[in-house]
Design a protein around this ligand. Structure first.
Ligand code: S3P
Length: 661
């Protein structure tokens, strides 16, 4: 699957706990159905709590395109002027359903019985998803629907075909197939029955019944007769348990968490995630249970707990089908082995969720083995690193939760589709304690002194309009500030506090190499011998290093950052978008240093400077803490034979490979 052109990345800070209360957005499945059934009902349907995500908006826009007057959404409120079962009009062009499988599969049933032709299309992911599961039974009812030879969209539906009722045993447990055929059954001659091999979500049946349309439910079989009418009602959409699931997992795995998720739909065909998490040892309480518009709702209180691995019960698989990406993260944090089987459906969701999750988990150092119909995960520790969500919203949000237990930051690529189901995810997550920096790119430029990294970094920052961090200067500034405030260079706790409170800025002005401390230009002072000696003392203190690490990461501010130093790509920003390691021969660096010193009025012997540089190289690259070496994914740039202009141009070319800048 190609990457989204506007690559939205999540950079998630490690650790922390989830606390407080949260109402996640409205249920996606119910939001889709409220528009579809509201549109073909008699009268006005008023919806509240509607999910303003791209998927449900795709459904809303499709019905607008078929002549239905719809007001909103505004703060979750939508008003649908129903046109009755036979009032839809031919749209003027194809209906684009974006990323939404539910829209396409349910609409194919609803539209197969109309009098007009219509074409259904979607994005790259949706156009690759299997549609024969709906087109084959619809064809058996007499519908005419063209697909690609692979059985995928575009779906070309020919109108004016009289549909016949069928009695259909579904080969896959799919609420979308069941709903599609029941909607087609509204237009078919006779009594349409579908039998599901395992229970799946029943929102369509509930909503049809709520609108006064008889659906017979008998064991695994649902039947309806054509010829009736739907009557508009008010629909209050509960919060989506599939969106709440990320937080159920996040709060379970993050020590010290205590979170209340409000007004969550707990329809028994959707609560597999709660059952599975409880089997793993999760602490989830259902409070204040009530029924809203035919759907059960409760507030969910979740506290962190020690999870253990389980064999996931087969019968829970269709009841938690959308929650497995999140559950895999729970399994990665659990003690022991978790085994999922019977979930081959995960391979044909918005992405191949078995493969993409296994790849992502492995990239974070988790032992995860993809199987044809599930996954085997051995829980343990999660490392920081870089994963690709492959444009799958639920995978992006699941890995964001993984950061709560990760040893380092996690960068997640291709997150734009989070808006399909959970608009405002980053903000919601922030209110309860998850730190996501959203799409702020970092370029790291590391290397030994004399490689040109300082000048190249400033120029690159200036040209891109990015912020600039001279990380080496931070140690010197701290020593200087401690001196100014009479703080001893061995007072670790006071130094760490000081480090957190200082106002430090690096205007990316190449000529001046300016550093501002509390608004004062301290560029010259920090270059003094005393500041240099102080810097090496404070740099050896672990609490100071930790506080400095956080300070350095705080420089990651939109529109972007160029960070210059020695461990920027390896330690501070291991998730940077582009990493460059500058080198130059020791001879060339010695030459540059001599020239620099000469300009300052000092005359040194070239061979002494060269010997000094060689000794420092050896010390820097062999020290135990943050040794000077290129990150495994850094681009090497040798500036020995390049002047500054050429070095900057070469750096820009390398950056372009990773960032569209
Ligand atoms: C849905 C049914 C499920 C689910 C999807 C929404 C629905 O799909 O994965 O997100 O609203 O009917 P399947 O029916 O393909 O299992």
């Amino acid at each position: 699957m190609p990457s989204n052109p506007a690559n939205v990345c999540f950079h998630v800070r490690p650790g922390g706990a989830l606390k407080g209360r949260l109402r996640v957005p409205g249920d996606k499945s119910i939001s889709h159905r409220s528009i579809m059934l509201g549109a073909i009902a008699e009268g006005v349907t008023r919806i509240s709590g509607f999910l303003e995500g791209e998927d449900s908006l795709a459904t809303l826009n499709a019905f607008r395109a078929m002549g239905v007057a719809i007001e909103g959404p505004e703060a979750g409120k939508v008003t649908v002027q129903g046109v009755g079962l036979h009032g839809l009009k031919a749209p003027s062009g194809p209906l684009d359903l974006g990323n939404s499988g539910t829209s396409m599969r349910l609409l194919s049933g609803l539209l197969a019985g109309q009098q007009f032709d219509v074409e259904l299309i979607g994005d790259y992911s949706l156009m690759g998803r299997p549609m024969r599961r709906v087109t084959e039974p619809l064809a058996a009812m007499g519908a005419q629907i063209g697909t690609t030879p692979q059985g995928t969209a575009p779906l070309r539906i020919t109108g004016g075909r009289g549909l016949k009722a069928i009695d259909y045993p579904m080969p896959v447990a799919s609420a979308q197939v069941k709903s599609c055929l029941l909607l087609a059954g509204l237009y078919a001659d006779g009594r349409t029955c579908v039998t599901e091999p395992a229970p799946t979500r029943d929102h369509t049946e509930r909503m049809l019944q709520g609108m006064g349309y008889a659906v017979d439910v008998n064991g695994a079989t649902r039947c309806l007769e054509s010829g009736g009418n739907l009557h508009a009602v008010n629909i209050d959409v509960p919060a989506d348990i599939s969106s709440a699931a990320f937080f159920l997992v996040g709060a379970s795995i993050a020590p010290g968490s205590d979170l209340l998720l409000e007004h969550v739909g707990i329809n028994p065909t959707r609560t597999g995630v709660i059952k599975i998490l409880r089997l793993m040892g999760a602490d989830i309480e259902l409070l204040n249970g009530r029924e809203i518009g035919g759907e059960p709702v409760a507030d969910l209180r979740v506290r962190s707990a020690k999870l253990h691995g389980i064999d996931i019960p087969l019968e829970q698989v269709p009841l938690a089908i959308d929650e497995f990406p999140a559950l895999f993260i729970a399994a990665a944090c659990a003690e022991g082995r978790t085994i999922l089987t019977g979930a081959e459906e995960l391979r044909v969701k918005e992405s191949d969720r078995i493969q993409v999750m296994a790849d992502g988990l492995r990239a974070l150092g988790v032992k995860a083995e993809a199987t044809p119909d599930g996954m085997i995960i051995d829980g343990g520790s999660i490392g920081g690193g870089h994963v690709d969500s492959q444009g799958d919203h639920r995978i992006a949000m699941s890995f964001a939760m993984a950061a709560l237990r990760a040893a380092g930051p996690i960068r997640i690529d291709d997150c734009a589709n989070v808006d399909t189901s959970f608009p405002g995810f980053v903000q919601h997550a922030a209110t309860v304690g998850l730190g996501i920096d959203h799409g702020v790119p970092v370029i790291t430029i590391d290397g030994p002194s004399g490689s040109g990294k300082g000048t190249v970094s400033r120029l690159v920052a200036q040209q891109l309009g990015f912020h600039f961090l001279d990380s080496g200067a931070l140690y010197r500034i701290l020593a200087l500030a401690a001196h100014q405030r009479d703080i001893g260079l061995d007072d670790e706790a006071a130094l760490a506090d000081l480090c957190r409170s200082l106002d430090i800025r690096f205007p990316a002005a190449v000529e001046q190499e300016q550093v501002l401390l509390e608004g004062q230009d301290v560029s010259d002072q920090i270059r003094s011998e005393a500041a240099g000696a102080g810097a090496s003392r404070v740099a050896a203190l672990p609490k100071v290093r930790q506080a400095l690490l956080e300070r350095q990461r705080d420089f990651r501010i939109a529109p972007g950052l160029v960070a210059d130093g020695r461990d920027m790509g390896t330690v501070v920003f291991p998730d940077a978008e582009a990493k460059i390691f500058l080198t130059a021969s020791a001879e060339e660096r010695a030459k540059r240093r001599c020239k620099q010193l000469k300009e300052k009025g000092m005359d040194l012997v070239y061979s002494d400077v060269l010997a000094d540089i060689a000794a420092r190289d050896e010390r820097d690259s062999s020290r135990a803490v943050a040794p000077l070496r290129p990150a495994a994914d850094a681009e090497l740039l040798d500036t020995t034979n390049l002047d500054i202009e050429a070095a900057v141009a070469a750096a820009r070319r390398l950056i372009k490979k990773y960032l569209n800048r």
